[in-house]
Design a protein around this ligand. Structure first.
Ligand code: AMP
Length: 221
């Protein structure tokens, strides 16, 4: 089963992905985490991606599709994936359907996280993330410790106001049209109201997927 998590920056995809993945028993791929790892490691891909990321622009599609091809070809992804942060452009949607088709699969559903812009700007303005495991937090200060791995919490450079404004504009221009592409192609689309407690949103997300006919046999939490 392959599911695309879809929504504006700050909508909660990264917070919900591990929870939904655990319930559905599939691993997650977060392209943002892969890219930040490459930046930290100073690989050629990381060096090329850094300037795009700092500005809040999208990294070129061929880089993203290269990551996805390599990742989804690994044995641990044989039974499916929860895609967090990809697909973000129509060429990526087309490319991903080719990558999955080569594996005899397709996107089974797109789960849309619905949050209004004011809430997002507020969330990103107070977001910190663990520099080690990338777990996101709201209302926790930079320098505090991650509950998950003990790493140090930092502010993401692209969560600064100018980059956030750009990321929302990029979403409208390049990412929002992807939904119409999936609709046109007959892909199942489920929407979740992503404002509320983390537990509530997880429950609603799993309900929305179940109602859409996906993930009905998930592990009990
Ligand atoms: P995220 O952690 O998903 O918010 O991603 C952080 C940044 O990584 C984005 O603002 C982009 O610069 C880059 N990025 C992550 N995923 C993609 C993608 N699918 N396509 C293009 N750029 C991406």
């Amino acid at each position: 089963m392959d599911i695309v998590l879809f929504g504006k920056p700050g909508a909660g995809k990264g917070t919900q992905a591990p929870r939904i993945a655990a319930a559905l028993d599939v691993p997650t791929v977060a392209t943002g985490d892969v890219l930040r790892g490459a930046v930290r490691a100073g690989t050629p891909m990381g060096l090329a991606a850094k300037a795009y990321m700092d500005r809040g622009d999208l990294v070129p599609d061929d880089v993203i599709l290269g990551i996805m091809k390599e990742t989804l070809g690994k044995g641990e992804f044989a039974k499916g994936s929860l895609l967090d942060g990809v697909v973000r452009t129509t060429p990526q949607a087309e490319g991903m359907s080719r990558v999955l088709a080569e594996l005899g699969r397709k996107v089974d559903a797109v789960l849309v996280f619905d949050v209004d812009d004011d809430e997002l700007v507020q969330r990103l303005g107070s977001r910190t993330v663990c520099e080690m495991c990338q777990t996101p937090y709201t209302g926790r200060e930079a320098g505090e410790r991650c509950e998950n791995c003990g790493g140090s919490l930092i502010r993401r450079k692209d969560d600064e106001p100018e980059a956030v404004r750009n990321r929302l504009a990029v979403y409208q221009r390049q990412t929002a049209p992807v939904l119409a592409w999936y609709e046109h192609n007959g892909t199942t689309i489920a929407t979740v109201n992503a404002v509320g407690s983390v537990d509530d949103v997880t429950r609603r997300a799993l309900d929305a997927l179940r109602a859409a006919g996906v993930g009905g046999s998930e592990k009990r939490r």
